[in-house]
Design a binder for this molecule. Sequence first.
Ligand code: ZN
Length: 181
Amino acid sequence: MASKENTRIHPETVRMAEYIRAITAAGSVHAVGIEFISPIQCMKRHNSRRCKGKMRITPRADVIEYCCTDCETCGIIANWRGSEWNLSEFASGLTAPGLLTVSVSEDEYKALRKVLLLSPKEEAIIAGAVWTDSHVVITGTEDVFDELAGNVAFEANHSPGTKKQAALDSVCEKIEKVLET
Ligand SMILES: [Zn+2]
């Protein structure tokens, strides 16, 4: 019989699973063969400091390849299509005409990733965000952004007086500005 000690999941294992999950979701909403840099931060530690690099991701037909922009950390995720983190069916196509883009800060993006009540379509545009010029660029249709603004505002209203609320309010303003134009 397994002891309690053996069944406990190490926090590092949970973080690693989250990391692989994020890379899989990001890669799944991008076109096969096209490399992009995701805002997902590298997991590697150098002298107890976490690497500041982001993940350069290339989705392939069967695997997702990833490499850090700053260190030698690289990997391959196999069988991503069969995984529950494959969001490809919810992706609006990141190159379709008429798409909107919203640029947010890294902290705003982190707050956005913690919003719980999101539809798979909203999750897909957040997961597929791209790291450009020290900003996080989110691309999606007007409908998805409209939905997202509502859910982000709802979450912000339920986190009064917190840093999270400030970050989410700012995201909302940015989305609304883009929707108005
Ligand atoms: Zn790294």
